[in-house]
Write a protein that binds this ligand. Structure first.
Ligand code: PEP
Ligand code: MN
Length: 338
């Protein structure tokens, strides 16, 4: 149920809606909106009786939300959400560029790459400290030992920092240092982790699970929003199909589908979708043309020596060319849809 307040509603009238909801055992979630104030009611098992709310002062209407994902739905919030990460707005009309290595491997490696991607126009640096690897024998990331490195990167380059968390302790470790926490494909349905990042006070980059339907993807985001965190950016990173000419299959159609059904921004990760360096550029440009709000791209200056995902990492000079082409396509796409 969505309680839409009148434009003239006072703070006291909104507080009264929250009180009545709580007295009924519901969880009210105030929804920031450009045009109106609304309160989403969650935590109900069955249908909510609208009558106690309809008669409150300042309430314009009570709308039943037909989708299972409530707070994520455009029914609940018609205007697009823009998420601010350090100095970058994702979903605000510009193309957000997040770039960096798959994993932070050393201070020298990470800083070299950070300087390159910043020069190429990225404003956010990615670099995993906690790597969820298929094999327990593969590089698991520098973990706590890399925290000082990403701090130094931020101090030197002023890039915002995005890094993956895989559990409660990695979340606690990175929180003081990072600007956005990433929940990876393998953890998209780790519901406790989703609740924890929902409470963490930082924006969240939520990657689509390898075989997740759009509804499952939205429900994962709903966990985060239901904890009061509206700073969620969705990320399409390819899904598993029967095809084996790429690592995954980039689902371009999910971009307009998300835009239709949700107010949340969506970016694309062509690197994990492709798995092959030469395919990263065409997929990235296609995602920009399809209306993605940003791109996350793996870059390495010595990809042959990378401890993870070298074969899909772009060389810095190729990222530079890609960034320019993607921005031009994004501008054309924006102009076409304006
Ligand atoms: C990553 O971004 O490095 C990563 C592990 O991605 P995904 O969770 O999409 O596989
Ligand atoms: Mn990777």
């Amino acid at each position: 149920m969505l309680i839409v307040m009148r434009k003239s509603a006072t703070d006291e009238q909104i507080d009264r809606v929250l009180e009545v909801a709580k007295s009924q055992g519901l969880t009210p979630v105030p929804i920031p909106g450009a045009q109106r104030t609304a309160v989403g009611l969650t935590g109900n098992q069955g249908a909510i009786d609208p009558r106690p709310f309809q008669e409150l002062e300042g309430v314009r209407e009570c709308i039943r939300v037909s989708r299972p994902y409530k707070l994520v739905s455009r029914e609940t919030k018609p205007d697009d959400t823009a998420v601010t990460v350090h100095k970058t707005k994702i979903g605000g009309g510009d193309l957000g560029l997040i770039a960096g290595p798959c994993g932070v491997e050393s201070a020298e490696q990470a800083l070299t790459i950070a300087r390159h991607v910043r020069k190429a126009g990225a404003t956010l640096f990615r670099g995993g400290l906690y790597k969820p690897r298929t094999s327990p024998y593969s590089f698991q990331g520098m973990q706590e030992q890399g925290l000082g490195i990403i701090e130094d990167i931020k101090a030197e380059t002023d890039l915002g920092i995005v890094t993956e968390v895989i559990d409660r302790s990695s979340l606690d470790a990175v929180l003081p240092v990072v600007d956005m926490v990433q929940v990876g494909a393998r953890n998209m349905q780790n519901f406790r982790l989703l609740r924890a990042v929902g409470q963490c006070g930082k924006p969240v980059l939520l990657k689509r699970g390898m075989s997740a339907t759009l509804e499952e993807f939205f429900m994962a985001a709903e966990y985060i929003l239901s904890e009061g965190n509206y700073g969620v950016v969705l990320c399409e990173r390819g899904v598993r199909t029967y095809l084996d000419h790429t690592r995954n299959t980039l689902d371009l159609a999910v971009i307009p589908a998300v835009k239709d059904l949700s107010h949340l921004p969506i970016i694309a990760d062509p690197s994990h979708a492709a798995g092959i360096r030469s395919m990263v550029r065409p997929l990235a440009l296609a995602a920009a043309a399809a209306g993605a709000d940003g791109l996350m791209v793996e870059v390495h200056h010595e990809p042959d020596k990378a401890l993870s995902d070298g074969p899909q990492s772009l060389l810095p000079e190729d990222f530079d060319k890609l960034a320019r082409a993607a921005k031009a396509i994004h501008q054309t796409q924006q102009a076409q849809t304006a």
